[in-house]
Design a protein around this ligand. Structure first.
Ligand SMILES: [Fe+2]
Ligand SMILES: [Fe+2]
Length: 271
């Protein structure tokens, strides 16, 4: 993981996953440096990752006041229970459904939960966070938010893109990705992560796009995309194209066998 301060308000805790045949998928968590500091998501749960240690380079975990779990998928919950231990003052923001999902792994302390639904808001001392459901999502517990002080939208899985190189997945600005590559990669992600987008009332879906766009955020942050700084109209144009994009069909068993056959045989030394 690498961390960087995006601006006065936000630090990015950037990680990534290489997906064979697809690309390098950013996996970001964030710190919002509010008067009551907020950690947004907690990264991957792979054995060699230590989210709390990574966070310690950014701030004292004991000072975290809020953990905003945008949804309880495993690329967002990696450090959650350790962080709850390391941040005894922190309340966990999720939904009733999100808490239910998490309880299948380990019970959550109910007195530390803060249930927040789309449309509700939360005061974190020097700003108000406005909860909303992003237009695209892969988990029914998903809730993102708009910070009205930094004019930043935290959009969870919406807007993600597998990128061509590890360097691009670690980029500090999505503007580093060539525009034509970005559109294709975002549409691929949209159809992988939100396959339902092909089977919905498009007019009602587009209304959710317009509602998010109306917030007029200066910065859009996604778990799976480098930060988008004052480039939002391109992102919303992409969302409008998602219902008509080619549906994603994953590799089948034949493809897997072809991939396995292409691997270099391991050279065995003398026994
Ligand atoms: Fe997800
Ligand atoms: Fe995700």
């Amino acid at each position: 993981m690498h961390t960087y301060r995006l601006n006065a308000d936000v630090t990015v805790l950037n990680d990534q996953l290489e997906v064979p045949g697809i690309g390098f998928l950013p996996v970001n968590a964030f710190v919002l440096h509010a008067r009551e500091p907020v950690v947004i998501d907690t990264g991957l749960g792979l054995p060699d990752r230590d989210f709390v240690q990574t966070l310690s380079a950014v701030m004292d975990p004991a000072d975290v006041r809020w953990i905003w779990l945008t949804h309880p998928d495993r690329d967002h919950t990696g450090g959650l229970f350790k962080l709850l231990d390391a941040a005894p003052q922190a309340r966990l923001i999720t939904t009733f459904l999100g808490a239910g999902f998490m309880s299948t792994e380990r019970p959550l302390p109910l007195d530390r939960l803060y249930l927040l639904n789309p449309g509700e808001k939360l005061d974190v001392g020097d700003r108000t966070l406005h909860a909303f459901r992003p237009p695209l999502f892969d988990n029914p517990a998903t809730v993102g938010f708009y910070d009205d002080r930094s004019r930043t939208s935290f959009s969870s899985d919406c807007f993600g893109a597998p990128l061509a190189t590890a360097e691009l997945a670690a980029a500090c600005d999505v503007g580093e990705v060539p525009a034509t590559d970005l559109l294709g990669a975002q549409l691929l992600w949209a159809t992988i992560d939100s396959p339902w987008v092909h089977n919905i009332d498009t007019a009602r879906y587009l209304q959710t796009v317009r509602t998010m766009q109306a917030a007029d955020a200066d910065v859009i942050l996604s778990t799976h995309l480098p930060p988008a700084i004052r480039t939002s109209s391109r992102l919303f144009d992409m969302l409008a194209l998602a219902p008509g994009a080619d549906p994603f069909v994953g590799p089948d068993q034949q493809s897997l066998q072809a991939m396995l056959a292409s691997f270099e045989p391991v050279a065995l030394g003398p026994r």
